[in-house]
Design a protein around this ligand. Structure first.
Ligand code: AMP
Ligand code: MG
Length: 414
């Protein structure tokens, strides 16, 4: 892994450059697991899947009605057909038929061989076992051809893909019980800081409850992760070193928060340097300036800033894409929308900003956004009320109320 050199020590690395560096560096895990379809929601399909059968396997009725052979009835003429049996879904009609006869049929039932048309029950008149077709009956309707969804040997799903409920139903329709997915990532995370206290105890003067581990626990929740909470580590280089070394032996990825800056109590960078390889970046990003990224043995390391909102932003912009790449997913862009902003947004040029916003739908259906509140990087209540980032480019000097802005909703699937 190469360290990016700054043309000038004080120059900040752009979000794009840092992300590119992470994408260039992280390799996908190779190991796979063969798992039951019911366990596969959200997992990363590792091998493309081909359908062993036609779906539907046979010609089936798309409507409740009557199945008949169009050749038995002259076009444009009313006709009477004799009902000689019933084709149920799951119970086909197997007997022979003679011209002028038809079969009562229900949605999903196999269409008898002689028939090439199904007329909906609403379109006919019935009298005893005689069905009268209207003048405007149409041939070849309401039959789903075998393989009209998927043909035998056709690719069902191309790997890699994070499997959705829709994918699972498709695989199930093909009768596929087990599939190959990438193995889960083992991830350990901890907080650093002498001022931090775990929940459950009182706060002494100068202490703060450790909120970052709860943020990370939520952000890391994913079927492809097995996560371990490693607690709080003091601002002590020896304790940090021990934690790094132990964790590196157990996990694919370690994530720390705090101590990543260059203050006197910030030891993450120097400890990482001592234990492994390090890329330490000062990013042109707000919130979230310092980010340590590197490797200890075979374990990837992300050293995030301490301020909770900076953790949120650096996780979304760097850790999440890094974990997705490690898990075998193709690179993707966050969904971005251009919407009108109700608020005036203040900004100094220099760093790309991810302000916390509230995206909402106006009465007429148009989307708009407003600032969720004050934007200091410790303000968790505003973050809690927000549902999107408002993205302002590095060179932006802010906007007036009523201008268009770019937003990234927190939850969006594309
Ligand atoms: P640091 O990067 O360690 O200098 O931390 C920056 C700010 O974030 C300080 O105000 C810390 O108290 C705060 N902070 C660091 N870690 C946490 C945490 N786990 N939970 C809440 N606040 C934190
Ligand atoms: Mg600290």
């Amino acid at each position: 892994m190469t360290n990016i050199c700054y043309p000038n020590k004080h120059e900040l690395l752009s979000v794009e450059q840092a992300l590119l560096e992470i994408r260039k560096t992280i390799e996908t895990v190779n190991e796979r697991e063969h798992i039951d379809l019911l366990q596969a929601l959200g997992r990363v399909l590792s091998d493309s899947v081909v359908s062993p059968i036609d779906i539907p396997p046979k010609r089936t009725a798309a409507m409740d009605g009557y199945a008949f052979a169009a050749g038995d009835v002259a076009a444009g003429q009313a006709a009477k057909l004799q009902v000689i049996g019933i084709a149920w879904a799951g119970r086909p009609f197997l007997a022979q038929q003679r011209p002028g006869q038809c079969v009562r049929i229900f949605t999903g039932a196999v269409v008898p061989e002689f028939a090439d048309s199904v007329i909906a029950q609403e379109q006919i008149e019935i009298d005893g076992d005689t069905v009268s077709l209207p003048l405007d009956w149409q041939p070849y309707k309401n039959i789903r051809a075998a393989g009209s969804d998927v043909k035998q040997h056709e690719e069902l799903i191309a790997a890699p893909k994070k499997l959705t409920a829709r994918d699972l139903s498709l695989l199930a329709a093909a009768g596929i019980e087990k599939i190959s997915v990438k193995r889960k990532l083992n991830i350990g995370y901890f907080s650093t800081g002498d001022e931090l206290v775990a929940l459950g105890g009182p706060l002494a003067v100068g202490q703060f409850y450790d909120s970052n581990r709860y943020l990370l626990a939520g952000l890391l929740s994913d079927p492809n992760h097995t996560v371990s909470d490693l607690g709080i580590v003091a601002d002590d280089p020896l304790k940090l070193e021990q934690t790094f070394k132990d964790a590196a032996n157990h996990y694919d990825v370690i994530i720390s928060t705090g101590g990543a800056s260059v203050g006197d109590a910030d030891f993450v960078k120097q400890t990482l340097e001592k234990c492994g390889q390090v890329n330490f970046w000062k990013l042109a990003l707000k919130p979230g300036k310092p980010l340590a990224f590197g490797k200890i043995g075979r374990c990837w390391f992300f050293g995030l800033p301490g301020n909770p909102v900076a953790v949120l932003v650096t996780y979304e912009k760097f850790v999440k894409p890094g974990l997705e790449q490690l898990a075998g997913l193709p690179a993707r862009q966050a969904l971005r929308l251009r919407v009108r902003c109700d608020s005036r947004l203040k900004k100094s040029p220099g760093r790309q900003e991810y302000q916390r916003g509230i995206l909402y739908q106006q009465a007429g259906g148009e989307l708009a956004v407003r600032l969720a509140g004050q934007q200091d990087s410790h303000q968790l209540k505003v973050a809690s009320q927000s549902n999107c980032f408002i993205v302002l480019n590095a060179d932006s000097t802010g906007i007036d109320a009523g201008e268009m802005v770019t937003v990234e909703p927190f939850s969006a699937e594309l």
